[in-house]
Design a protein. Structure first.
Ligand SMILES: *[C@@H]1O[C@H](CO)[C@@H](O)[C@H](O)[C@H]1NC(C)=O
Ligand SMILES: *[C@@H]1O[C@H](CO)[C@@H](O)[C@H](O)[C@H]1NC(C)=O
Ligand SMILES: *[C@@H]1O[C@H](CO)[C@@H](O)[C@H](O)[C@H]1NC(C)=O
Ligand SMILES: *[C@@H]1O[C@H](CO)[C@@H](O)[C@H](O)[C@H]1NC(C)=O
Length: 252
């Protein structure tokens, strides 16, 4: 890179970060609507993710709604009407809130039986994000929460295809990426298999989270968001003790 290009990229960098979102202003509290599969969803039989744990970190009047749907793909979430419900929540909230929509899929899209190819997955993610932007809200593309299966001491990466695809969409469409897969992998690898199993929804379910797991991985999400947007500090509560344990890779 030439000196001139470096100087130009430095000058442009703060501008890119400060780019205004049409529906946002400094006075409004944040609202978070969570779109995704069972690894976002409310704890229930056969499902349960980080969503409710994250929502518990919010400071009123900030609020959120967990619309995670067990078994959802980027196709079924739209076809089944969940996405329309998310968009209605967004439309109703943008006057009074800075609205964020988290978009996290992949666990089911990657299963061959669901017939979602990677190119289709990418097109779908871009389309969801664009719907959110067109309503004056901010889409946040999340890479998939890691599963907690180990091969010996090594955490297995079995989401690489959909994680890479999500990263590519975020980069190509200039959508904010929240790399939950990287952050959750780092923590799960650090604590190891036996401690990671304590977050299982039920014994042997290394995909879904129990309530405590939701609080811990919800904290990871909260910290990623706080790190990505300083204005969210007013609306997302902190837990320095828990954040510190996670950052140090110590089981919490
Ligand atoms: C719409 O927004 C109003 C005001 O923020 C709120 O009281 C109401 O519960 C919302 N309705 C729905 C369906 O989200
Ligand atoms: C995937 O395609 C097969 C073969 O066309 C079909 O039987 C199956 O129902 C499809 N599954 C979904 C989830 O659309
Ligand atoms: C994902 O991308 C990484 C880094 O570019 C690469 O090493 C890995 O093989 C990719 N994984 C898949 C499943 O495509
Ligand atoms: C903060 O995290 C610690 C460690 O997990 C937990 O014991 C405590 O209850 C949390 N505090 C709040 C206010 O959530």
């Amino acid at each position: 890179m030439s000196l001139r290009a470096i100087v130009r990229s430095l000058l442009l960098a703060p501008l890119a970060i400060a780019l205004p979102v049409p529906g946002h202003n400094d006075e409004k509290p944040a609202a978070f609507f969570l779109a995704g599969d069972s690894t976002t969803a409310v704890q229930s039989t056969g499902g349960g993710g980080w969503g409710d744990g994250f929502l518990r970190t919010l400071k009123s009047p900030a609020f959120g709604v967990n619309k995670g749907h067990n078994g959802a793909t980027t196709v079924s979430f739209v076809k089944g009407g969940d996405w329309a419900q998310v968009l209605n929540l967004v439309k109703n909230a943008t006057d009074n809130y800075n609205v964020y929509v988290t978009i996290q899929f992949g666990h089911n899209d990657q299963k061959p039986a669901n017939n979602v190819s990677i190119p289709q997955f990418k097109t779908n993610l871009a389309s969801l994000a664009s719907d959110v932007q067109s309503l004056g809200a901010t889409p946040l593309l999340f890479t998939s929460l890691s599963r907690r299966n180990f091969n010996g001491n090594e955490l297995i990466q079995d989401l690489g295809d959909v994680v890479n695809a999500t990263r590519e969409v975020a980069a190509a469409s200039h959508i904010k990426l929240i790399d939950l897969n990287a952050a959750s992998r780092k923590y799960v690898q650090a604590i190891g298999s036996a401690d990671a199993d304590k977050y299982n929804l039920v014994e042997g379910d290394r995909t879904h989270l129990n309530t405590h797991g939701s609080d811990v991985f919800g904290r990871i999400v909260a910290d990623l968001l706080l790190g990505s947007d300083r204005s969210l500090g007013r609306w997302i509560g902190r837990n320095v003790t828990l954040s510190h344990l996670i950052a140090e890779g110590v089981y919490a």
